[in-house]
Structure formats: C-alpha cells, structure tokens
Design a protein around this ligand. Structure first.
Ligand SMILES: NC(=O)c1ccc[n+]([C@@H]2O[C@H](COP(=O)([O-])OP(=O)(O)OC[C@H]3O[C@@H](n4cnc5c(N)ncnc54)[C@H](OP(=O)(O)O)[C@@H]3O)[C@@H](O)[C@H]2O)c1
Length: 158
C-alpha cells in the first residue's frame, strides 16, 4: 500500500481559515474527485465537519480522539495507524493507495509515511490559520500541469 496526500495550498503553505477552505476552484475540486474516487481517504474530525458529509464513492475515515463519534457512512478511528487497516480491508493490497486529505494536524501526523503528494499551488494573499507542513526528505516532480488559476504537481519521495 502507498500513502499519498492531496492538498491545495497558497504561496505561504496556507490551506484553511476558520475551518474553511480559502478558495473555490471547480477545476481543482474536479481533479480532487478524480484522484480520490474509489480510494480510502483519511481526514481529521475538523476537516470532516468542514465538509459536512461523507464524500461519495470513497471510503471515508475520520480521525478523532472522541470515542463516541459515530456517523453513517464514516469509519471512525482513534489511532492514526488504524487508517492503514481500514484502507486494506477495502482495497486490493497490490493497488491500494491511502489518501490523506487533511487538515494541518492530520497532514503532520502522516507526513513520515507519505510517498506521493498531489499538490495544487494556488495564488492567494489573505488570512489563514491552517498550513501545509514542510516536506520531510527529498522529493522529485513526476508531473506538472499549469491550470488557469493553479499549478498542479505530483511529487514522489526519492
Ligand atoms: N486546502 C486543503 O487542501 C485542505 C484540505 C483539508 C483541510 N483543509 C483545511 O484545514 C483546516 C483544518 O485543519 P486542522 O489542523 O484544524 O484540523 P484537522 O487536521 O482536520 O482535524 C484535527 C482533529 O483531528 C483529530 N486528531 C488529530 N490528531 C489526532 C490523534 N493523534 N489521534 C486522534 N485524533 C486526532 C482531533 O479530533 P478531535 O478534536 O475530534 O479529537 C483533532 O481536533 C480547515 O481550515 C480545512 O478547511 C484544507
């Protein structure tokens, strides 16, 4: 199984403010849907609340310390390592890719395990209180596409 992250960040690594995204870019959302569909996605409880519902066609895993957190269509985990087990239950081991979708706390937690990052770099200059952590280790760019309002790159750990 590989562990990947998918994130859209501003020039100062901004990803959110007041538990909301900083922009609405339909091309980026389409890209997000295409990349994550059919996969297991893991997110923090705050990101889940910000989205407000499980995302269709994906195995939704929500990380929280609240042992009573339970919602239809969501796998709740209290230990970050449990995400690997849940993902393996639903995906073919050969082709499985656990997608870490945020937010800041959750990106930090899984950073040591991540091998691939789907990164959208967005022009932004405004307030933010959540940031994408600095990458650990060495990375190479596998793919790069310039969209109208953001640049999309796929990075792989060297
Ligand atoms: N631009 C992007 O690509 C992108 C993507 C995703 C999110 N975001 C933004 O990021 C922001 C949210 O990020 P955030 O860092 O505030 O929150 P978060 O990472 O979404 O969720 C944090 C929560 O995860 C749970 N958690 C964290 N570590 C844990 C551990 N070791 N064990 C068990 N549970 C743990 C806790 O839930 P409990 O408090 O319930 O215990 C914690 O409050 C929002 O603004 C959102 O819009 C942006």
């Amino acid at each position: 199984m590989i562990v990947s992250m998918i994130v859209a960040m501003g020039p100062k690594r901004e990803i959110g403010n007041n538990n909301k995204l900083l922009w609405h870019i339909s091309e980026d959302l389409k890209n997000f849907k295409k990349i994550t569909s059919g996969r297991a996605i893991v997110m923090g409880r705050k990101t889940f609340e910000s989205i407000g519902k499980p995302l269709p066609d994906r195995v939704n895993i929500v990380l929280t310390r609240d042992e009573s957190f339970s919602l239809p269509g969501v796998f709740t985990i209290n230990d970050p390592m449990m995400a690997f087990e849940v993902a393996l239950d639903y995906e073919d081991e050969e082709d499985s890719e656990l997608m870490v979708i945020g937010g800041e706390e959750v990106f930090k937690l899984y950073m040591p395990f991540v091998q691939k990052i789907y990164l959208s770099e967005v022009e932004y200059s405004g307030p933010a209180d959540a940031f994408f952590p600095e990458l650990l280790g060495e990375w190479k760019t596998l793919e790069s596409t310039q969209f109208e309002s953001f640049k999309f790159r796929v990075l792989e750990r060297v």
